[in-house]
Design a protein around this ligand. Structure first.
Ligand SMILES: *Cc1c(COP(=O)(O)O)cnc(C)c1O
Length: 389
Protein backbone atom coordinates (compact mmCIF):
# COMPACT_ATOMS: atom_id res chain seq x y z
CA UNK A 1 0.00 0.00 0.00
CA UNK A 2 1.26 3.41 -1.01
CA UNK A 3 1.38 5.93 1.84
CA UNK A 4 -0.84 8.84 0.99
CA UNK A 5 0.29 12.39 1.68
CA UNK A 6 -2.64 14.78 2.25
CA UNK A 7 -2.51 18.44 1.22
CA UNK A 8 -3.07 19.48 4.82
CA UNK A 9 -3.77 17.98 8.21
CA UNK A 10 -3.90 18.81 11.91
CA UNK A 11 -1.08 18.30 14.44
CA UNK A 12 -2.35 17.01 17.79
CA UNK A 13 -0.14 16.59 20.86
CA UNK A 14 -0.67 14.90 24.23
CA UNK A 15 -1.09 18.41 25.70
CA UNK A 16 -4.00 19.04 23.30
CA UNK A 17 -5.61 15.76 24.34
CA UNK A 18 -5.13 16.51 28.04
CA UNK A 19 -6.73 19.96 27.61
CA UNK A 20 -9.81 18.41 26.01
CA UNK A 21 -10.03 15.68 28.67
CA UNK A 22 -9.87 18.34 31.40
CA UNK A 23 -12.99 19.99 30.00
CA UNK A 24 -14.75 16.63 29.70
CA UNK A 25 -14.15 16.11 33.43
CA UNK A 26 -15.25 19.64 34.32
CA UNK A 27 -18.70 21.09 35.07
CA UNK A 28 -19.20 22.80 31.72
CA UNK A 29 -18.96 21.21 28.29
CA UNK A 30 -20.38 24.36 26.77
CA UNK A 31 -21.09 27.93 27.95
CA UNK A 32 -18.32 27.52 30.52
CA UNK A 33 -15.09 29.45 31.12
CA UNK A 34 -12.94 28.03 28.32
CA UNK A 35 -14.66 29.75 25.39
CA UNK A 36 -14.07 33.26 26.83
CA UNK A 37 -10.48 32.27 27.69
CA UNK A 38 -9.95 31.17 24.09
CA UNK A 39 -11.54 34.37 22.76
CA UNK A 40 -9.21 36.44 24.91
CA UNK A 41 -6.16 34.43 23.87
CA UNK A 42 -6.92 34.90 20.17
CA UNK A 43 -7.64 38.60 20.70
CA UNK A 44 -4.30 38.97 22.46
CA UNK A 45 -2.47 37.02 19.76
CA UNK A 46 -3.74 39.25 16.97
CA UNK A 47 -4.12 42.52 18.80
CA UNK A 48 -7.88 42.95 18.41
CA UNK A 49 -10.11 44.17 21.24
CA UNK A 50 -12.80 41.48 21.01
CA UNK A 51 -13.17 37.91 19.76
CA UNK A 52 -16.54 36.19 19.31
CA UNK A 53 -16.08 32.44 18.90
CA UNK A 54 -18.53 30.39 16.85
CA UNK A 55 -19.03 26.79 15.79
CA UNK A 56 -17.44 27.54 12.38
CA UNK A 57 -15.95 30.35 10.36
CA UNK A 58 -19.03 30.12 8.18
CA UNK A 59 -21.20 30.98 11.21
CA UNK A 60 -18.78 33.75 12.18
CA UNK A 61 -19.02 35.25 8.67
CA UNK A 62 -22.81 35.05 8.88
CA UNK A 63 -23.09 36.84 12.24
CA UNK A 64 -20.51 39.40 11.06
CA UNK A 65 -22.70 40.19 8.03
CA UNK A 66 -25.77 40.39 10.29
CA UNK A 67 -24.01 42.70 12.76
CA UNK A 68 -23.07 45.02 9.89
CA UNK A 69 -26.74 45.14 8.94
CA UNK A 70 -26.56 43.13 5.71
CA UNK A 71 -30.07 42.24 4.56
CA UNK A 72 -32.42 42.03 1.59
CA UNK A 73 -31.72 44.80 -0.93
CA UNK A 74 -28.03 44.94 0.02
CA UNK A 75 -25.10 43.67 -1.96
CA UNK A 76 -21.86 42.09 -0.69
CA UNK A 77 -18.74 41.68 -2.81
CA UNK A 78 -16.08 39.07 -2.27
CA UNK A 79 -13.27 37.31 -4.14
CA UNK A 80 -14.11 34.53 -6.60
CA UNK A 81 -11.11 32.56 -5.28
CA UNK A 82 -12.51 31.46 -1.95
CA UNK A 83 -14.48 28.73 -0.30
CA UNK A 84 -18.19 29.18 -1.03
CA UNK A 85 -18.83 30.15 2.62
CA UNK A 86 -17.45 33.71 2.13
CA UNK A 87 -20.19 34.39 -0.36
CA UNK A 88 -22.92 32.16 1.09
CA UNK A 89 -22.79 34.14 4.36
CA UNK A 90 -24.18 37.15 2.49
CA UNK A 91 -26.85 35.04 0.75
CA UNK A 92 -28.01 33.76 4.18
CA UNK A 93 -28.85 37.41 4.99
CA UNK A 94 -30.98 37.75 1.87
CA UNK A 95 -28.40 40.00 0.19
CA UNK A 96 -27.06 39.74 -3.35
CA UNK A 97 -23.42 39.00 -4.05
CA UNK A 98 -20.90 40.02 -6.67
CA UNK A 99 -17.23 39.26 -7.24
CA UNK A 100 -14.11 41.39 -7.70
CA UNK A 101 -11.35 39.80 -9.78
CA UNK A 102 -8.01 38.91 -8.21
CA UNK A 103 -4.51 40.25 -8.65
CA UNK A 104 -2.68 37.89 -11.05
CA UNK A 105 0.33 37.59 -8.74
CA UNK A 106 -1.14 37.27 -5.24
CA UNK A 107 -4.52 35.77 -6.26
CA UNK A 108 -6.11 38.08 -3.68
CA UNK A 109 -8.82 40.67 -4.38
CA UNK A 110 -7.25 43.31 -6.63
CA UNK A 111 -7.47 46.78 -5.01
CA UNK A 112 -7.34 48.53 -8.41
CA UNK A 113 -10.21 46.45 -9.80
CA UNK A 114 -12.09 47.03 -6.54
CA UNK A 115 -11.67 50.82 -6.75
CA UNK A 116 -12.85 50.84 -10.39
CA UNK A 117 -15.84 48.65 -9.64
CA UNK A 118 -16.79 50.78 -6.63
CA UNK A 119 -16.63 53.98 -8.71
CA UNK A 120 -18.89 52.41 -11.35
CA UNK A 121 -21.29 51.14 -8.68
CA UNK A 122 -21.38 54.56 -6.99
CA UNK A 123 -22.30 56.15 -10.32
CA UNK A 124 -25.22 53.71 -10.63
CA UNK A 125 -26.24 54.15 -6.98
CA UNK A 126 -25.54 50.45 -6.43
CA UNK A 127 -22.69 50.33 -3.91
CA UNK A 128 -22.20 47.17 -1.86
CA UNK A 129 -22.78 47.42 1.88
CA UNK A 130 -19.87 45.15 2.72
CA UNK A 131 -16.85 43.69 0.94
CA UNK A 132 -15.20 40.45 2.06
CA UNK A 133 -11.57 40.26 0.92
CA UNK A 134 -10.03 36.81 1.45
CA UNK A 135 -6.41 36.23 2.48
CA UNK A 136 -5.91 33.33 0.09
CA UNK A 137 -3.30 30.73 1.13
CA UNK A 138 -2.55 32.77 4.27
CA UNK A 139 -1.08 35.83 2.52
CA UNK A 140 -2.80 39.07 3.51
CA UNK A 141 -4.60 41.11 0.88
CA UNK A 142 -3.29 44.63 0.27
CA UNK A 143 -5.53 45.86 3.07
CA UNK A 144 -4.38 49.49 3.12
CA UNK A 145 -5.35 49.91 -0.54
CA UNK A 146 -8.59 47.95 -0.09
CA UNK A 147 -9.57 50.04 2.92
CA UNK A 148 -8.71 53.23 1.07
CA UNK A 149 -11.05 52.31 -1.78
CA UNK A 150 -13.87 51.06 0.47
CA UNK A 151 -13.86 53.90 2.98
CA UNK A 152 -14.13 56.49 0.19
CA UNK A 153 -17.59 55.04 -0.44
CA UNK A 154 -18.54 54.18 3.14
CA UNK A 155 -18.32 50.44 2.44
CA UNK A 156 -17.66 48.12 5.42
CA UNK A 157 -15.02 45.38 5.39
CA UNK A 158 -15.01 41.81 6.74
CA UNK A 159 -11.66 40.07 6.23
CA UNK A 160 -12.07 36.37 5.56
CA UNK A 161 -8.81 35.47 7.32
CA UNK A 162 -9.70 31.76 7.53
CA UNK A 163 -6.25 30.88 6.15
CA UNK A 164 -4.29 33.54 7.92
CA UNK A 165 -4.04 33.26 11.71
CA UNK A 166 -0.38 33.89 12.49
CA UNK A 167 0.19 35.91 9.32
CA UNK A 168 1.14 39.57 9.36
CA UNK A 169 0.67 42.62 7.17
CA UNK A 170 3.03 45.61 7.33
CA UNK A 171 4.56 44.07 10.45
CA UNK A 172 1.29 43.72 12.37
CA UNK A 173 -0.77 40.58 12.93
CA UNK A 174 -3.65 39.76 10.60
CA UNK A 175 -6.83 39.95 12.69
CA UNK A 176 -6.05 43.26 14.40
CA UNK A 177 -8.83 44.84 12.30
CA UNK A 178 -6.74 47.91 11.65
CA UNK A 179 -8.07 47.99 8.08
CA UNK A 180 -11.46 46.34 8.59
CA UNK A 181 -14.58 46.13 10.76
CA UNK A 182 -14.35 42.39 11.41
CA UNK A 183 -11.80 39.65 10.68
CA UNK A 184 -12.76 35.96 10.74
CA UNK A 185 -10.49 32.95 11.37
CA UNK A 186 -11.40 29.30 10.74
CA UNK A 187 -10.34 26.43 12.99
CA UNK A 188 -11.24 23.57 10.65
CA UNK A 189 -8.60 20.79 10.93
CA UNK A 190 -6.85 21.68 7.66
CA UNK A 191 -6.37 25.29 8.78
CA UNK A 192 -3.41 26.63 10.79
CA UNK A 193 -4.89 26.05 14.28
CA UNK A 194 -7.82 23.71 14.89
CA UNK A 195 -10.73 23.32 17.31
CA UNK A 196 -12.22 20.40 15.31
CA UNK A 197 -14.87 22.69 13.86
CA UNK A 198 -14.86 26.34 14.81
CA UNK A 199 -14.30 29.94 13.90
CA UNK A 200 -14.00 33.35 15.48
CA UNK A 201 -14.87 36.92 14.54
CA UNK A 202 -12.41 39.59 15.70
CA UNK A 203 -13.36 43.25 16.01
CA UNK A 204 -12.35 46.45 17.77
CA UNK A 205 -15.94 47.69 17.84
CA UNK A 206 -17.76 46.92 21.12
CA UNK A 207 -21.16 47.34 19.49
CA UNK A 208 -20.38 44.87 16.70
CA UNK A 209 -18.98 42.41 19.26
CA UNK A 210 -22.17 42.68 21.32
CA UNK A 211 -24.37 42.12 18.27
CA UNK A 212 -22.37 39.10 17.10
CA UNK A 213 -22.54 37.72 20.63
CA UNK A 214 -26.33 37.96 20.54
CA UNK A 215 -26.71 36.54 17.03
CA UNK A 216 -24.62 33.46 17.82
CA UNK A 217 -26.99 32.53 20.66
CA UNK A 218 -30.60 32.93 19.50
CA UNK A 219 -30.64 36.73 19.87
CA UNK A 220 -31.13 36.14 23.59
CA UNK A 221 -29.73 38.38 26.33
CA UNK A 222 -29.40 37.78 30.07
CA UNK A 223 -27.81 41.16 30.70
CA UNK A 224 -30.01 43.08 33.22
CA UNK A 225 -28.91 46.38 31.65
CA UNK A 226 -30.42 45.37 28.32
CA UNK A 227 -33.76 43.98 29.57
CA UNK A 228 -36.99 45.68 28.59
CA UNK A 229 -38.66 44.40 31.76
CA UNK A 230 -36.64 44.98 34.93
CA UNK A 231 -36.54 42.59 37.92
CA UNK A 232 -38.77 39.99 36.28
CA UNK A 233 -37.06 37.14 38.15
CA UNK A 234 -33.86 35.12 38.22
CA UNK A 235 -35.11 32.79 35.46
CA UNK A 236 -35.81 35.63 33.08
CA UNK A 237 -34.14 36.29 29.73
CA UNK A 238 -35.23 38.20 26.67
CA UNK A 239 -35.00 37.47 22.97
CA UNK A 240 -34.40 40.69 21.07
CA UNK A 241 -33.36 39.40 17.62
CA UNK A 242 -33.73 36.28 15.53
CA UNK A 243 -30.37 34.63 16.19
CA UNK A 244 -28.96 31.13 15.80
CA UNK A 245 -27.25 28.48 17.87
CA UNK A 246 -23.75 29.09 16.54
CA UNK A 247 -21.94 28.67 19.87
CA UNK A 248 -18.53 27.02 20.16
CA UNK A 249 -18.32 24.36 22.90
CA UNK A 250 -15.74 24.47 25.68
CA UNK A 251 -14.42 21.13 24.40
CA UNK A 252 -13.55 22.72 21.07
CA UNK A 253 -12.22 25.89 22.70
CA UNK A 254 -9.88 23.85 24.93
CA UNK A 255 -8.31 22.25 21.87
CA UNK A 256 -7.93 25.68 20.26
CA UNK A 257 -6.41 27.22 23.37
CA UNK A 258 -3.88 24.43 23.62
CA UNK A 259 -3.07 24.64 19.88
CA UNK A 260 -2.57 28.39 20.08
CA UNK A 261 0.54 27.78 22.22
CA UNK A 262 2.19 26.30 19.15
CA UNK A 263 1.06 28.90 16.60
CA UNK A 264 4.58 30.31 16.19
CA UNK A 265 6.04 26.82 15.71
CA UNK A 266 3.34 25.93 13.18
CA UNK A 267 4.05 29.03 11.10
CA UNK A 268 7.82 28.59 11.29
CA UNK A 269 7.59 25.00 10.07
CA UNK A 270 5.20 26.02 7.27
CA UNK A 271 7.65 28.76 6.17
CA UNK A 272 10.49 26.25 6.17
CA UNK A 273 8.50 23.86 3.98
CA UNK A 274 7.62 26.73 1.62
CA UNK A 275 11.22 27.77 1.15
CA UNK A 276 12.29 24.18 0.40
CA UNK A 277 9.58 24.02 -2.28
CA UNK A 278 10.60 27.42 -3.66
CA UNK A 279 14.16 26.23 -4.18
CA UNK A 280 13.19 22.82 -5.56
CA UNK A 281 10.85 24.26 -8.20
CA UNK A 282 12.95 27.24 -9.32
CA UNK A 283 13.81 25.76 -12.73
CA UNK A 284 10.59 23.89 -13.45
CA UNK A 285 7.68 24.96 -15.68
CA UNK A 286 5.84 26.00 -12.53
CA UNK A 287 4.96 29.36 -11.00
CA UNK A 288 5.68 29.33 -7.27
CA UNK A 289 3.74 31.57 -4.85
CA UNK A 290 4.72 35.24 -5.22
CA UNK A 291 4.95 37.06 -1.91
CA UNK A 292 3.92 40.69 -1.54
CA UNK A 293 6.65 42.61 0.32
CA UNK A 294 4.04 43.92 2.82
CA UNK A 295 2.78 40.44 3.72
CA UNK A 296 4.27 37.61 5.79
CA UNK A 297 2.11 34.60 4.95
CA UNK A 298 0.86 31.98 7.41
CA UNK A 299 1.32 29.48 4.54
CA UNK A 300 -1.98 27.65 4.95
CA UNK A 301 -1.57 26.50 1.35
CA UNK A 302 1.27 26.22 -1.13
CA UNK A 303 -0.21 26.70 -4.59
CA UNK A 304 1.77 26.01 -7.75
CA UNK A 305 0.65 27.02 -11.24
CA UNK A 306 1.53 24.67 -14.06
CA UNK A 307 2.88 26.21 -17.25
CA UNK A 308 1.12 23.77 -19.54
CA UNK A 309 2.97 24.83 -22.71
CA UNK A 310 6.41 24.41 -21.20
CA UNK A 311 5.44 21.24 -19.34
CA UNK A 312 3.85 19.91 -22.56
CA UNK A 313 1.17 18.47 -20.35
CA UNK A 314 -2.27 19.58 -19.27
CA UNK A 315 -3.04 20.81 -15.78
CA UNK A 316 -5.48 17.96 -15.42
CA UNK A 317 -2.84 15.39 -16.42
CA UNK A 318 -0.34 16.76 -13.87
CA UNK A 319 -3.01 16.77 -11.16
CA UNK A 320 -4.06 13.19 -11.93
CA UNK A 321 -0.46 11.95 -12.02
CA UNK A 322 0.19 13.42 -8.58
CA UNK A 323 -2.96 11.83 -7.17
CA UNK A 324 -1.92 8.49 -8.68
CA UNK A 325 1.47 8.87 -6.97
CA UNK A 326 -0.35 9.13 -3.63
CA UNK A 327 0.07 12.89 -3.31
CA UNK A 328 -3.39 14.12 -2.37
CA UNK A 329 -3.15 17.45 -4.14
CA UNK A 330 -6.18 19.71 -4.26
CA UNK A 331 -7.39 22.88 -5.98
CA UNK A 332 -8.30 25.99 -4.01
CA UNK A 333 -10.63 27.17 -5.38
CA UNK A 334 -13.14 26.73 -8.16
CA UNK A 335 -14.23 30.35 -8.78
CA UNK A 336 -17.38 30.56 -6.64
CA UNK A 337 -19.59 32.03 -9.36
CA UNK A 338 -18.92 29.00 -11.61
CA UNK A 339 -20.77 26.76 -9.12
CA UNK A 340 -24.12 25.57 -10.51
CA UNK A 341 -25.98 27.30 -7.65
CA UNK A 342 -24.37 30.62 -8.58
CA UNK A 343 -24.89 30.10 -12.32
CA UNK A 344 -28.58 29.73 -11.49
CA UNK A 345 -28.36 33.18 -9.89
CA UNK A 346 -27.23 34.51 -13.27
CA UNK A 347 -23.42 34.43 -13.07
CA UNK A 348 -21.54 33.48 -16.23
CA UNK A 349 -17.98 32.44 -17.11
CA UNK A 350 -15.79 35.40 -18.07
CA UNK A 351 -16.68 37.56 -15.05
CA UNK A 352 -13.21 37.38 -13.46
CA UNK A 353 -10.60 36.41 -16.08
CA UNK A 354 -7.64 36.38 -13.67
CA UNK A 355 -9.45 34.00 -11.32
CA UNK A 356 -10.45 31.76 -14.22
CA UNK A 357 -6.91 31.49 -15.62
CA UNK A 358 -5.65 30.72 -12.11
CA UNK A 359 -8.25 27.95 -11.92
CA UNK A 360 -6.92 26.47 -15.19
CA UNK A 361 -3.41 26.08 -13.74
CA UNK A 362 -3.45 25.93 -9.92
CA UNK A 363 -2.63 22.94 -7.73
CA UNK A 364 -2.38 23.00 -3.92
CA UNK A 365 0.42 20.67 -2.89
CA UNK A 366 0.95 19.18 0.60
CA UNK A 367 1.68 21.77 3.31
CA UNK A 368 1.32 21.06 7.02
CA UNK A 369 3.69 21.25 9.99
CA UNK A 370 3.76 17.50 10.64
CA UNK A 371 4.95 16.71 7.12
CA UNK A 372 8.36 15.04 7.36
CA UNK A 373 11.38 15.93 5.22
CA UNK A 374 11.09 12.50 3.57
CA UNK A 375 7.46 13.15 2.68
CA UNK A 376 8.37 16.52 1.25
CA UNK A 377 11.12 14.91 -0.84
CA UNK A 378 8.57 12.43 -2.13
CA UNK A 379 6.23 15.29 -3.09
CA UNK A 380 9.03 17.18 -4.84
CA UNK A 381 10.19 14.08 -6.74
CA UNK A 382 6.63 13.38 -7.91
CA UNK A 383 6.19 16.96 -9.10
CA UNK A 384 9.49 16.94 -10.98
CA UNK A 385 8.44 13.68 -12.64
CA UNK A 386 5.01 15.09 -13.51
CA UNK A 387 6.09 18.38 -15.07
CA UNK A 388 9.59 17.65 -16.34
CA UNK A 389 9.61 13.84 -16.52
C1 LIG B 1 -12.37 27.09 5.61
C2 LIG B 1 -12.86 28.36 5.06
C3 LIG B 1 -14.10 28.91 5.40
C4 LIG B 1 -15.10 28.19 6.24
O1 LIG B 1 -14.57 27.77 7.41
P1 LIG B 1 -15.40 26.76 8.35
O2 LIG B 1 -14.75 26.94 9.68
O3 LIG B 1 -15.19 25.41 7.77
O4 LIG B 1 -16.82 27.18 8.32
C5 LIG B 1 -14.44 30.14 4.89
N1 LIG B 1 -13.62 30.81 4.07
C6 LIG B 1 -12.42 30.32 3.71
C7 LIG B 1 -11.54 31.12 2.82
C8 LIG B 1 -12.02 29.06 4.17
O5 LIG B 1 -10.85 28.56 3.77
Amino acid sequence: MKRLIPYGRQSITEADIAAVVDVLKSDFLTQGPVVPAFEEAVAKQCGAAFGVAANSATSALHIACMALGVGPGDCVWTSPLTFVASSNAALYCGAEVDFVDVDPRTYNMCPVKLAEKLDEAAARGALPKVIIPVHLTGQSCDMAAIQEAASRHGVKIIEDASHAIGASYRGEPVGDCRYSDVAVFSFHPVKIVTTGEGGIAMTNDADLAEKMNLYRSHGITRDPDLMQIADAGAWYYEQHHLGFNYRMTDINAALGLSQLDRLKQFIERRREIASVYDRAFADLPITTPWQHPDAASAWHLYVIRVDQDRAKKSHRAVFDELREAGILVNLHYIPVYLQPYYRDLGFKPGLCPNAESYYDEAISIPMYPAMTDEQQEQVIASIIRAVAG
